[in-house]
Write a protein that binds this ligand. Structure first.
Ligand code: SAM
Length: 273
């Protein structure tokens, strides 16, 4: 090897601990859980039971899959990595869907199961928000979701008005789910370790959410938070005026001060025309 050729950083191509020779693929967001204390804590938080329709996104090398299926007896897993899916297919108790989770029809999975789903996963962090938004329209088919995400994302999901983390994500998800952070997970619990702290969030769809046009809500919240430090008169004020929506909403607030219920009420007025 020529001495001037760039060398791989030590450890980047080594097999994952206990992974039967598998080398983590960065493009698939592969950070495998290896801390058994943390795995136990997560499985206790999920509390899987026989007869439930459990679906795991990104089972990987089975860190959560194995203890969960021990308790639930059956489990559907969705895995994009062809090599990992091939390994998982050897297990009779698993139904393996080899696919990009963003292409999976969760309503169809629930119809097939004849019951609502419990969805779990240590998500690939590079597509965690698209996964959350893919599941949002099918929340009526879901009992609950337990997801490992970047701690920073979980903080934004559960943030209340007035907090620095209160954001578009807080409003869009709190409208549809009751959410709580249930486990904090440090980088060293994974192989390879991610650069960020992680956390597990429990998301339980509200039984009777306010009916709202999600696209209207999404656009409105994007406008409101486009300049989060400014008074809403400068941003949402114009959006409301364009739609002939005068009054009934205090525009002297900042986006980060407005409760979710106020955004929902305004989106309903806008959709009603
Ligand atoms: N569950 C394992 C664990 O906790 O050790 C692996 C978690 S790892 C963070 C994310 C997993 O999601 C990997 O197995 C990866 O191959 C898989 N994955 C990545 N992108 C995916 C996608 N678009 N659809 C389905 N699975 C995906």
């Amino acid at each position: 090897m020529r001495p001037d050729r760039p060398q791989p950083r030590s450890g980047t191509r080594r097999p994952v601990a206990g992974g039967g020779g598998h080398v983590a693929r960065k493009r698939f967001g592969q950070n495998f859980l290896v801390d058994h204390g943390v795995i136990d804590e997560i499985v206790r938080a999920i509390a899987p039971k026989p007869g439930e329709a459990l679906v795991e996104i990104g089972p990987g090398l089975g860190a959560l899959t194995n203890p969960v299926v021990e308790r639930s007896e059956k489990l559907t897993v969705i895995e994009l990595d062809r090599d990992l899916a091939a390994r998982l297919r050897k297990r009779q108790e698993l139904k393996v869907v080899e696919s990009d989770v963003l292409k999976v029809d969760f309503a169809a999975l629930a119809a097939e199961a004849g019951q609502k789903l419990r969805v779990i996963g240590n998500l690939p962090y590079n597509i965690s928000s698209p996964i959350l938004f893919h599941l949002l329209p099918v929340a009526e088919h879901v009992v609950d979701q337990h997801f490992m995400l970047q701690k920073e994302v979980v903080d934004r999901m559960v943030a209340q008005p007035g907090c620095k983390d209160y954001s578009r994500l807080s409003v869009m998800l709190q409208w549809r789910y009751d959410m709580a952070c249930v486990v904090d997970v440090p980088p060293e619990s994974f192989d390879p370790p991610p650069k960020v702290d992680s956390a597990v969030v429990r998301m339980t769809p509200w039984a009777q959410p306010e009916a709202v046009d999600v696209q209207v809500l999404e656009k409105m919240v994007a406008v409101a938070f486009s300049q989060r430090r400014k008074i809403l008169r400068h941003t949402l004020g114009a959006w409301m005026a364009e739609r002939g929506l005068e009054g009934g909403f205090d525009l002297q607030r900042r986006a980060e001060e407005v409760p979710v219920a106020d955004y929902i009420a305004l989106a309903r007025r806008a959709a009603a025309g």
